[in-house]
Write a protein that binds this ligand. Structure first.
Ligand SMILES: N[C@@H](CCC[C@H](N)C(=O)O)C(=O)O
Length: 274
């Protein structure tokens, strides 16, 4: 089956976006998503995004990590899809209905209200998500937030000094996190600026993670460390996050279209399932 796809990125967090809103349905399996995302043998991306028709929005967005797992939310891809759909769009996701709008080269999306209860993260057992009584070597007492997907956030003196490539996979797969977890390591520079690195669930180290920036910002606001709006600078560049308790999170940043091409989907994990 021949399909058109768009290669896009948000601050270097890159996507293959297949728009199946008006074409024949695209059957996406974990194996097919993994094969497409493979940077050596496939097209290559952090997330595979499948747009399908929606009865309640402009599109239904399905999100597959590079390891093939289907997940609930992706902040950077949401901005890319808003831009692809013309700069103003309502998008249906597993995490809820998201709205976005472009202004110049910036796209703002409303990502819903964060959840902080331990079972909403989810964690394996009850604990205070403001200062969790756990540690992995020097990384200790993280906060946790679910911003559509699950995140743990460590505030550290210097994010660049953390061996996230080694500790990220350990924390991601710790039994404390029954749905696995995205791992954020952040340094608060001042009340308006945070620097952040992210080990993404199902991917690894990425240049940027929109939901990671949101989870980190709301955690820092909740802890009284910064004021809203706050700039969160990732290796790929900055995002602005605006949030107050009881309000949805608003994330603003760029969305870049790289190219459009066609590929034969049957070459990628045609009959593979799971
Ligand atoms: N890159 C994303 C997050 C993608 C999903 C994440 N890896 C998960 O498993 O929840 C973003 O920009 O938010």
């Amino acid at each position: 089956m021949q399909v058109r796809f768009h290669k896009m990125h948000g601050l270097g967090n890159d996507f293959v976006v297949i728009d199946a809103r008006v074409t024949a349905p695209v059957e996406m399996t974990a194996a097919r998503a993994r094969a497409l995302a493979d940077r050596k043998t496939g097209v290559g991306c952090d997330q595979l995004i499948l747009l399908e028709p929606s009865a309640v929005a402009d599109a239904r967005m399905r999100i597959f990590n590079a390891d093939g797992s289907e997940v609930e939310a992706c902040g950077n891809a949401t901005r890319c899809v808003v831009s692809l759909l013309g700069g103003s769009a309502r998008i249906e996701t597993v995490a809820g209905l998201l709205e976005g709008r472009s202004a110049g080269d910036q796209v703002s999306v409303e990502l819903g209200e964060p959840r902080f209860d331990w079972d909403a993260i989810p964690l394996a057992y009850a604990m205070d998500t403001r200062a969790m009584p756990v540690a992995w070597e020097d990384l200790e007492a993280p906060m946790a937030a679910n911003v559509g997907n699950p995140h743990v956030v460590f505030f550290v003196p210097e994010t660049d000094a953390v061996a996230l490539d080694r500790l990220g996979p350990q924390i991601e797969t710790d039994p404390l996190f029954p749905a696995r977890i995205n791992v954020n390591v952040a340094t608060v520079d001042d009340r308006a600026n945070i620097r952040l690195r992210v080990w993404e669930r199902g991917v690894g180290l990425t240049d940027a993670c929109g939901t990671g920036a949101c989870a980190t910002a709301v955690s820092a606001i909740r802890a009284g460390l910064v004021d809203s709006p706050v700039r969160v600078t990732l290796p790929g560049g900055p995002l602005t996050i605006d949030w107050a308790p009881g309000r949805p999170i608003i994330m603003t940043g760029p969305a870049t279209h790289v190219f459009t091409a066609e590929t034969d989907l049957s070459a990628f994990g045609a009959d593979a399932r799971g």
